[in-house]
Write a protein that binds this ligand. Structure first.
Ligand code: HEM
Length: 402
């Protein structure tokens, strides 16, 4: 099989990567992909093991320089972007990661998240009701985006009149996570990073002077054995929570409804048995994984399924492929809304396991539940198009009617 089959820039691949992954898992579960310079890993067993393996990391800068890892130094103009990103927990490794995650977890608690359920339910019901009353519309713009954006903004304490700024800043920053981002995308990411940090620095300072009952205040005040977040870490953490706190949830909602419309038998079953919503959400997260790929740097030589991968290499862990591996999931290409157990890895594994998974699960169960109730006759009104990016894989729009 040629490498050309795995083409993360091709619209056909983005629309349906699963047949390619089926062949990769069987024929070349570990291979070097020249155009991205990454080792592509497609089997569940290997993705699972590598996510837990401390010989890999989301960064290598805690143990060596770019040059020592055979990489070019970062361009100077990118500094504001990297400074912001590396002030949050996602792109650092222990001991810094351990410290940041512990501090943030003390403020962003399970109790706080569970306490948000009534607010999330009310918002989901309002949004679903408006879409249903209007006879339909763009499910993505009217439900999938506003629900998670408003929930995370409300939780942190971003005033309602400023929330329109969040999507463009987040999209600008996330553009850097696509494969080989072009110069223009990198400049956009830097601009977004500068504007977003300036905005949050001002907001954080005002909360420090006048504390309120919100997460920014809690993060500014959190103390763990005398340790606390610096102002840069506080800003980096807020940006991370605001971005990670909605990007994948938006796509999980859009991709999930698109999967339901393509599987009308399962949609009918869900309408008849709404108690299936919790397992349905897990299955939709497995079946069309909203964040299909995450990368790791190889910090020491490793061997994966008999293939040697050297220190300094980068691996592309294909979550979407692992979630369709027949070694783990019976009939993996079938959408089965009552699938149980369902050990999908959509929220990751190991030390970077998604901090917001409980919140995402509440948002998704409430939003699917609310729309199923409000519009039991909802149907697709136009074939959706995929956005070009593979790393944040989502639809441009999802037009529905009743
Ligand atoms: C369906 C929705 C979501 C999906 C699929 C998702 C997926 C993920 C995955 C796979 C990771 C680990 C990345 C890696 O290992 O490289 C991650 C990390 C993270 N996620 Fe989520 N996420 C979702 C929603 C959320 C929400 C709602 C929040 C909210 C606050 C959030 C906050 C985070 C944070 C802070 C991290 C970094 C954790 C760390 O580095 O220790 N995510 N997410």
């Amino acid at each position: 099989m040629s490498d050309a089959v795995y083409d993360p820039w091709s619209p056909e691949f983005v629309a349906d990567p699963y047949p390619v992954f089926e062949r990769l898992r069987e024929e070349r579960p570990v291979f070097f992909h020249e155009p991205t310079g990454q080792w592509v890993i497609s089997r569940y067993e290997d993705v699972d093991a590598l996510l837990r393996d401390r010989r890999l990391g989301r960064s290598y800068l805690h143990i060596g320089s770019h040059e020592e890892f055979g990489r070019r130094p970062e361009a100077d103009f990118l500094k504001p972007f990297w400074d912001l990103v590396r002030a949050g927990m996602l792109d650092v490794e222990p001991p810094t990661h351990t410290r940041l995650r512990r501090l943030v977890s003390k403020a962003f608690t399970a109790r706080m998240v569970e306490g948000l359920r009534p607010t999330i339910r009310r918002l989901a019901t309002e949004l679903a009701g408006a879409l249903a009353d209007g006879g339909g519309g763009d499910l993505l713009a009217e439900i999938a985006e506003p629900l998670p954006v408003n929930v995370i903004a409300e939780m942190l304490g971003v005033p309602p009149e400023d929330r329109y700024l969040l999507r463009p800043w987040s999209a600008g920053i996330c553009g850097m996570y696509e494969l080989n981002p072009p110069e223009e995308a990198r400049r956009t990411a830097v601009r977004a990073a500068v504007e977003f940090s300036d905005y949050l620095r001002t907001l954080a300072r005002s909360r420090r002077d006048e504390p309120r009952d919100d997460l920014i205040t809690a993060l500014a005040q959190v103390v763990d054995e005398g340790d606390r977040l610096t102002e840069d870490e506080l800003v980096g953490t807020c940006v991370l929570l605001l971005n990670a706190g909605h990007e994948a949830t938006v796509n999980a909602t859009g991709n999930g409804w698109w999967s339901l419309f393509r599987n009308p038998g399962e949609l009918e079953r869900l309408r008849a048995e709404p108690e299936l919503v919790p397992t349905a959400v897990e299955e939709l997260l497995r079946y069309d994984t909203p964040a299909p790929m995450f990368e790791r740097w190889v910090l020491e030589d490793i061997t994966v399924a008999g293939v040697d991968i050297p220190r300094g290499a980068e691996v592309a862990l294909q979550f979407a492929s692992a979630n369709r591996d027949p070694e783990v999931f019976a009939e993996p290409d079938r959408l089965d809304l009552s699938r149980d157990p369902n050990p999908h890895i959509t929220f990751g594994l190991g030390i970077h396991y998604c901090l917001g998974a409980p919140l995402a699960r509440i948002e998704l169960t409430e939003s699917f539940g609310a729309l199923l109730r409000a519009a039991p006759d909802l149907r697709l009104s136009a074939e959706p198009q995929w956005k070009p990016g593979y790393v944040l894989r989502g639809l441009e729009a999802l037009h529905v009617e009743r």
